[in-house]
Design a protein around this ligand. Structure first.
Ligand code: ADE
Length: 249
C-alpha cells in the first residue's frame, strides 16, 4: 500500500514538474521570422550543427523559433530536430507563397487544411501525382484546432475577406509559369504553392505533432511572379507573422 502511494506520488510530482511543451514557429527565410525574433523574451540561442534555434518565451508561452532554409529537405531536417530535441507540442509554419487559386491576390492569406508534395512522381507505377510510396493519401492533414485558431486570428488581424483555407502544394521549385500554376490548381486543388509546408507536415505527422501552415500570397506563381515576389516579400512575410503573434497569446 505504502509503495503504491509512493509510486503515485512520484508520477504526480514528475508530471507537475515536467517542462511545458514549446510552440515551434518556423519560417524558411530570415524575412519570414524577423518579425517574431524581437518579441522573444528570456532568449537563449542554441545551435545543432550549424542550425540556429531561438529558444525563449512569446507572451509568456515557451517557444522555439527557427529558420528552416528553403526547400523540402531543409524543412524536413528542421522539423526532425524540433521534434527530437526541443520538446515541441505544436508547430506553426509562417511565410509567403504563390497564389494558385485564380481568385487570390498578393496579400491574401491561405491557412492549410491539407498539404501535398506536388513534385513526388511515381506515376509510372500507377500512383497518382504526389503520392509518396508507403502512404494511403497524398494529402497531409494539419490539426483542426490549430487551423481554427489560425483562421480566427487571421480574420481578426486582417479582416474576413482576405483569408481563406485550403490545400497548399509544396515542391522544390519556385513556380513562375502560367501553365504550371494552372496545372497545380487543377491536379491538387491547391490554393497556394510554396517549397516547405508538406515536408514539414510529413515529419510532424510521423512524430504526431500538431501543425498548421500559414501563408500570405506574395505573387500569382505566373510570369509576373519573380517581380511580385521581390516587391511583396517583406510586407507579406510580416503579414503572416502578425497572425502568429495574435495566435500565441
Ligand atoms: N514562395 C513564394 N512564391 C512562390 C512561388 N511562386 N513558388 C514557390 N514558392 C513560392
Amino acid at each position: 500500500m505504502f509503495r503504491l502511494l509512493a509510486a503515485l506520488l512520484s508520477v504526480f510530482s514528475f508530471q507537475s514538474m515536467a517542462a511545458p511543451e514549446r510552440i515551434a514557429i518556423v519560417g524558411a527565410m530570415d524575412v519570414e521570422i524577423e518579425g517574431v525574433l524581437p518579441k522573444i523574451t528570456n532568449l537563449d540561442k542554441q545551435t545543432i550543427g550549424n542550425h540556429l534555434f531561438y529558444v525563449g518565451e512569446l507572451n509568456n508561452k515557451p517557444v522555439v523559433v527557427t529558420k528552416s532554409g528553403v526547400g523540402k529537405v531543409n524543412a524536413a531536417m528542421t522539423t526532425t530536430l524540433l521534434a527530437t530535441e526541443f520538446n515541441v507540442g505544436s508547430i506553426i509554419f509562417t511565410g509567403i507563397a504563390g497564389a494558385s487559386a485564380p481568385e487570390l491576390e498578393p496579400m491574401d492569406v491561405v491557412i492549410s487544411t491539407a498539404l501535398v508534395q506536388h513534385d513526388v512522381d511515381l506515376t509510372v507505377f500507377g500512383s497518382p501525382m504526389g503520392l509518396i510510396d508507403g502512404y494511403d493519401s497524398r494529402e497531409f492533414i494539419p490539426s483542426e484546432q490549430l487551423v481554427e485558431r489560425a483562421l480566427s486570428s487571421a480574420k481578426k488581424v486582417l479582416g474576413e475577406e482576405r483569408v481563406t483555407t485550403g490545400v497548399i502544394a509544396s515542391g522544390d521549385q519556385f513556380i513562375a509559369n502560367k501553365e504550371k500554376v494552372a496545372y497545380l490548381y487543377q491536379e491538387f486543388n491547391a490554393k497556394a504553392v510554396e517549397m516547405e509546408g508538406a515536408a514539414l507536415a510529413q515529419v510532424a505527422d510521423k512524430f504526431a505533432i500538431p501543425y498548421v501552415v500559414i501563408r500570405t500570397m506574395s505573387d500569382k506563381a505566373d510570369g509576373s511572379a519573380v517581380l511580385s515576389y521581390e516587391e511583396m516579400k517583406k510586407a507579406t512575410a510580416d503579414n503572416s507573422v502578425a497572425i502568429i503573434l495574435d495566435m500565441v497569446k
